[in-house]
Design a protein around this ligand. Structure first.
Ligand code: F6R
Length: 652
């Protein structure tokens, strides 16, 4: 059970806002872990502001190395706030950015010049000539000269006082991709495939994404007097562990920071989740052996030793740093049975509760036998991708199932799809004698626009609408396929999403109201929501925040007294085994049926606009993940199922 989406205290009893201190550390660089990116960014901004002020008092310039990407945005926002509200001046600041795509025009939508102006420079008093960003317009035969001059300029200001960094999923810092040497200098780099895939969304697809960038080298980064690296979200967790706990290697350029005398990692709980102190806190410090911690430790031991839970011995516990747990409980035998039973009780083929059955040890209540279920789907396909098997069962077992499609998902539709559908409407009208000059005009305009469209250009409102309709049609097709009436599909079109760009607006009142309205209308006994925290800036997180806020506001209404909220995970990650509170098994046939349901989303097949670095199609990711969950249960010694969908209950 989790009580909040952003955990404010961790296993080591830390107070909110305070970085974690641990007894033994496996991390080779000082690391501060915060509840969320906001808290962490405030601390980093405070350090930068203090440095700027200290230099001001001494009448000196403050030389900052700055980064782009999603991670530093919250730091820049806090610096702007301090400038506006607390009089922080940037007049003595000189800054050097890490990198720029190549080639790149400074006024282009994706240029880092534009990014820095929009995110920081235009909102503070830094003098115009005081910031430097690698020039994406220099001629190819001048790049070397430019790069040398860039480093010389940094030196002419006395070197970097402070360097802010993000980290790529592959461990890059700046655009020093894996393979970059510790003594590398500022240069033109070929971008790694994973870096391009991560940026492809901003450029309207991989084909339009630059292949090169000019980046400050590892050597000038490491010569900064102070370095702070930021990372938010679960997707960064594996690389954060590798950089902090692994060996120094050119395969993870961020690991070079282990050689720096004054580096700090500032990360949120999600990015920290793979660290030893999080994975196995009992190996780091004394822990309180509550039910969750025991479950975590026992499942960990069973997985690590490759032994089913019921076969773990006293010696296994003692040999693996868990003798204090044993001392508390007595015997491995009792511990094993207790955790085995807990896991067993999470498995149910009755996600809406089993009518007329004793529900003491079942994840869901037996009553009411026929429930109203409301599945929230952030994009139009998350319902079927992430919980398609459960969706189908709820319907087959007689529950009244509704789906709240939270966003239109329009930006993920390719241009030629939009054109194909607009063309269809014109031909359809033609064939059946429907005289609609308006439809023909929309089609002509859209066709002309899409033909001329530059990679990064925003779609017209009409094209976006057509794209939204395509996804709406696909969602309805899934509902028909599962068997629920189309009236039970509710399209919320939450306004925060409708920017036409990858960058979304912050969650607003209208968004929350849209979620509250559908909850009020359905009066559900069960709400299913995407509890996907992998990307803290992503749509799923905003959609989840809207649901949490709506539920909090409605919780005193009568109909909410009987409403349980279940969280499923999006396409990217699964809950940890010790967290799972309901696991719904699927047979091979049921899994195949789920695949067919996912196929209804044709616009999201065969190479999608936002593929990310995972080249598998959504149905493949979903199947592999559901199979992996089932196989994990089996490895722990429970029954062998084909696949499983997993849920965690949010108690509000
Ligand atoms: C940006 C840069 C990159 C990013 C990294 C992480 O100037 O040099 O190294 O910091 O790719 O990007 P985000 O923060 O978007 O995950």
């Amino acid at each position: 059970m989790i009580s909040e989406p952003s955990v404010s205290e961790n296993a080591l009893g830390r107070q909110p806002g305070e970085p974690v201190q641990s007894a033994i550390t496996y991390e080779k660089i000082p690391t501060h872990i915060y509840a969320d990116a906001k808290d962490a960014s405030r601390a980093v901004a405070r350090e930068i502001a203090a440095l700027i002020r200290e230099k001001q008092q001494k009448g000196q310039q403050c030389v900052l190395g700055l980064a782009t990407g999603s991670s530093p945005k919250t730091v820049y926002a806090e610096l702007i706030r301090q400038h506006r509200e607390e009089g922080l001046s940037f007049r003595n600041v000189v800054s050097f950015n890490l990198d720029e795509y190549y080639p790149m025009e400074p006024d282009s939508l994706q240029s880092y010049v534009r990014f820095m102006k929009e995110q920081l420079f235009d909102h503070v008093d830094i003098p115009e000539g005081n910031y430097f960003i690698p020039d994406g317009t220099v001629a190819p035969n001048k790049v070397l000269e430019f790069s040398r001059a860039y480093e010389e300029k940094i030196q002419s200001y006395g070197g970097l006082d402070f360097q802010l960094l993000g980290i790529g999923g592959n461990g890059h810092i700046g655009f020093n991709e894996p393979g970059s040497l510790i003594n590398s200098h500022t240069r033109l780099m070929m971008l790694d495939h994973s870096t391009r895939a991560a940026a492809a969304g901003d450029f309207g697809g991989l084909a339009q994404t630059p292949k090169k960038a000019i980046t400050m080298g590892v050597a000038p980064i490491l010569s900064a007097k102070r370095i702070v690296l930021l990372a938010w979200g679960e997707r960064k967790a594996p690389v954060i562990r590798a950089a902090l706990e692994g060996t120094v290697t050119e395969q993870i350029p961020a690991s070079y920071l282990q050689t720096h005398p004054n580096a700090l990692f500032v990360i949120d709980q999600a990015a920290a989740s793979d660290l030893t102190r999080m994975q196995t806190p009992w190996l780091v410090d004394t822990v309180e052996w509550d039910k969750q911690m025991v479950k975590k430790a026992v499942t960990y031991l069973s997985r690590t030793l490759g032994k089913p839970i019921l076969k773990l011995t006293n010696k296994d516990y003692n040999d693996n740093g868990m003798s204090d747990l044993l001392a508390q409980v007595g015997q491995a035998y009792d511990l094993n049975i207790d955790v085995f039973n807990q896991l067993q009780h999470t498995i149910t083929g009755w996600p809406g509760g089993k009518p007329n059955a004793d529900d003491t040890n079942r994840p869901e209540r037996a009553q009411p036998a026929r429930k109203r279920c409301l599945i929230f789907s952030p994009h139009p396909d998350d319902d079927i991708i992430s919980m398609g098997g459960t969706f189908q069962r709820l319907h087959d077992q007689g529950h009244e199932v509704h789906v709240g499609y939270q966003t239109s998902g329009n930006i993920a539709v390719a241009d030629d799809e939009a054109l194909r559908f607009a063309d269809f409407v014109v031909d359809f009208n033609d064939k059946f004698g429907i005289d609609s000059p308006e439809a023909t005009r929309i089609f002509r305009d859209a066709a002309a626009f899409l033909r001329e469209k530059k990679g990064s250009e925003m779609d017209t409102e009409e094209v976006r609408y057509v794209k939204g309709l395509i996804r709406k049609g696909e969602a309805k097709a899934t509902c028909r396929f599962v068997g629920i009436p189309v009236e039970n599909a509710h399209f919320l079109n939450m306004p925060f999403y409708e920017t036409g760009k990858v960058e979304k607006k912050p969650l607003g009142e209208e968004d929350i109201q849209a979620v509250m309205d559908v909850i009020r209308e359905v009066k559900p006994h069960q709400i299913y929501a995407a509890g996907d925290l992998a990307d803290p800036h992503g749509t799923h997180k905003v959609c989840l925040d809207a649901i949490f806020e709506a539920v909090r506001r409605l919780k005193n209404e009568d109909f909410m007294k009987d409403c349980w909220v279940w969280l499923y995970r999006g396409a990217w990650a699964e809950w940890d085994i010790h967290e799972i509170e309901m696991a719904v098994p699927m047979s091979p046939d049921q899994l195949m049926r789920k695949r067919l349901g996912i196929f209804k989303h044709q616009s999201q097949k065969d190479g999608v606009v936002y593929q990310g670095s995972d080249s598998r199609e959504f149905w493949q990711r979903a199947e592999e993940r559901n199979r992996a969950t089932a196989s994990l249960y089996n490895q722990l010694g429970l029954a062998e199922y084909e696949a499983m969908e997993a849920f965690v209950r949010w108690k509000y």
